[in-house]
Each structure stands twice: as C-alpha cells, then as structure tokens.
Design a protein around this ligand. Structure first.
Ligand code: FAD
Length: 304
C-alpha cells in the first residue's frame, strides 16, 4: 500500500455490495451478519445474484424482500434470461416489481450445461442481455445495470463485438455497467478508454473480488476469461494450508488494487463480497468510509 497514497475521499466514494442468496440456515446467518456489518457504509445499492439457469428465483426474491423489510438499503436483483421465455421474464419482473424492487442487474446468463458451453436462447426468449434490457424497460421504468468485460467476454471474438453489445445494452436503457472481476488495472483503464471512444458514457464500475481462496478464483477466472497475473499467483504461493496469512495477503492485494484505481480517478466500486464482510469492510475503511457506532450512517475520514 502506498504510504503517500491518495487523499482519502470518503464522501466522493460510491460503493455497492453483491451478495448471493443463501442455500442453508448457516449461510443465511452468514449473509445477514455480512449485510449488517457493511450496511452502515451507506452503499448506493446492494445486489443479489440469480443462480445459474434461473435456479434461485425464489431465494433471490426472498433475500431482496428481507432487505426491503429489515434494512433501509436499496436492493438490486440480478436477473438472467436463461431457460426463460419473454413471458417468463415478464412474470419475474412483475413479481419483483410488486415486492418493491426498482433496480435490476440484467444479464443474459450462461448455458445450463456450464460456463463455456454454447449458449442457446429459449425459443421464445431474449437472445442476449441487450434484448433483456429492452424487455424490462418496456415492462416498467426499472433502473438497469449491466455487465462489462475489461478483458472481453470469452464468447466475444474481439473487443469491438464486445463493446458493441455494451452499447446496445446502454442504448436500450442501461445506466451503469459493473465489470467482471480483474486484477490488472491497466486492462480496466484501456477498456474504459475503448468504451468512451465508442460513445458510451455510463459509469463502468470496477467489480472487485477479494481473493478468499486463490485456487478457486484461478479456476473461475479461467472459465470466465479473466486473467490471473503471475504476480498474483506468486503472492498466494505456498499458502494453501494457511488461511490466516492468506487472508492478510488477500487484504493487501485488494487494498493495493483499489487504491491504485483511486489514483487513476475511480470513485465507484462494486464489491463481490461472497457473503463475507471482513475484507470488504477493511477496504471500505481504506477508501475513507467510516461506519460510526450508533446511527448507522456514514462519515468521512479527514486524514490521508
Ligand atoms: P451479454 O451482455 O448478452 O453478452 C456478453 C458478451 O458476449 C457480449 O459482450 C457479446 O459480445 C458476447 N456475445 C454474446 N452472444 C454472442 C454471440 N452469439 N456471438 C458473439 N458474441 C456474443 N450470471 C448469473 O447466472 N447470475 C448472476 O447473478 C450473474 N451476475 C453477474 C454480475 C456481473 C457484474 C457480471 C459481470 C456477470 C454476472 N453473471 C451472472 C455472469 C454472466 O451471466 C455471464 O458472464 C454470461 O456469460 C454473459 O451474460 P451477459 O449479460 O454479460 O451477456
């Protein structure tokens, strides 16, 4: 971490947190502990993922409903069009709208045969996220966030095709994109330059993944086209049986990445929390956010 790092910004920072719906009672407790620990940072929104193949429609809805009932956080529900006709998507949109959801993270999703298998749209469904965005916007005036891929999506033959899809999503009504996780900030910066040159001006919010388990992240990165720099592998080398040191290294890696992005002018961050608060809490603290005891609002650090 740079000793003479950027002045901490606090007030100018916008953060959002991503959670996944729990699959057991224990996971439910872990999720809510994490939500309550991070809530005082005053995130712009908290998002709840949608299981591969639409498998978590009810758990996603239940989690979002609980967020609405028990917190003052603004939830965003992820939604995919995998295995769904346009009517199915409308039915989901209606259910979420009636529950009070006004913000979707709209995604095409992956083939039910697994990431990397050829995607086949439902015969009466949306073919990609751009069509889904248009469908949701036609249904109601939802706020729509979409995905972006600093190292391009593995199915995109080149960056032009990839960014063209992002443009279609924005043209159809998306007002923010969150990136796939990445570890090379240069690739993010180059991507944002390309996106701006293509005439896309919505925020491209970096998705930050704290590395709780390096080998899992490496496997997942391989599937979704994110690269793992050699230096990252080296930092976690030999720590397979040492979770405590791994966690310290993970905090240092994520803090370094985020503070470098701040130096490059980034003020919005989305955190893939994996339903764990500790690392994300530490990084938000480094960003200058403060969660005071008591009233649950957030203050700003004054010292760099
Ligand atoms: P799109 O935006 O439709 O397409 C992605 C890219 O693929 C495009 O840039 C396009 O160039 C290329 N492409 C698509 N189709 C073609 C084609 N026919 N020919 C050539 N190129 C093509 N998945 C879940 O299941 N649940 C979630 O909750 C979830 N949340 C996510 C949140 C974020 C922030 C991100 C980045 C990803 C998330 N995903 C989730 C993963 C996502 O579903 C996959 O990455 C999926 O493969 C693509 O979905 P998309 O919406 O990005 O697709």
């Amino acid at each position: 971490l740079r000793r003479s790092g950027p002045t901490l910004l606090g007030d100018d920072m916008n953060v959002s947190f991503e959670f996944f719906p729990p699959r057991s009672g224990d996971m439910e407790s872990q999720l809510w502990e994490s939500v309550m620990r991070l809530a005082p940072f005053g995130p712009d929104f908290v998002s709840v993922t949608y299981g591969a193949g639409g498998t978590t429609r009810q758990p996603t809805l239940a989690t979002v409903k609980r967020l609405l009932a028990e917190t003052d956080l603004a939830p965003a529900a992820h939604l995919t069009c995998v295995n769904a006709s346009k009517d199915d998507v409308d039915a989901v949109a209606r259910e979420f709208w009636e529950a009070g959801v006004r913000h979707f993270v709209a995604l095409r999703g992956d083939s039910p045969d697994g990431i990397g298998s050829a995607y086949r749209p439902h015969k009466d469904g949306y073919r990609n996220a751009a069509e889904l965005v248009a469908g949701l916007k036609a249904f109601a005036d939802f706020e729509i966030t979409v995905s972006a891929y600093p190292e391009k999506h593995p199915e995109s033959p080149d960056f032009m095709t990839d960014i063209d899809m992002l443009k279609r999503k924005v043209d159809n009504g998306a007002t923010r994109a969150i990136t796939q996780f990445f570890f090379d900030n240069d690739s993010y910066e180059r991507y944002v330059e390309r996106v701006r040159r293509a005439g896309i001006y919505v925020p491209i919010v970096p998705g930050i993944l704290p590395v709780h388990n390096f080998s899992q992240v490496a496997k997942f990165a391989d599937l979704c086209g994110a690269s793992i720099p050699d230096w990252l592998a080296t930092r976690f080398e030999g720590l397979e049986q040492d979770p405590q040191t791994r966690s310290l290294v993970a905090a240092a890696v994520a803090a370094d990445q985020v503070m470098d992005l701040v130096e490059r002018g980034v003020q919005d961050f989305h955190f893939y929390t994996m339903n764990r608060a500790q690392l994300v809490y530490a990084i938000c603290h480094l960003l200058g956010l403060r969660a005071p005891k008591g009233n649950g609002t957030v203050t700003t650090a004054t010292a760099a």
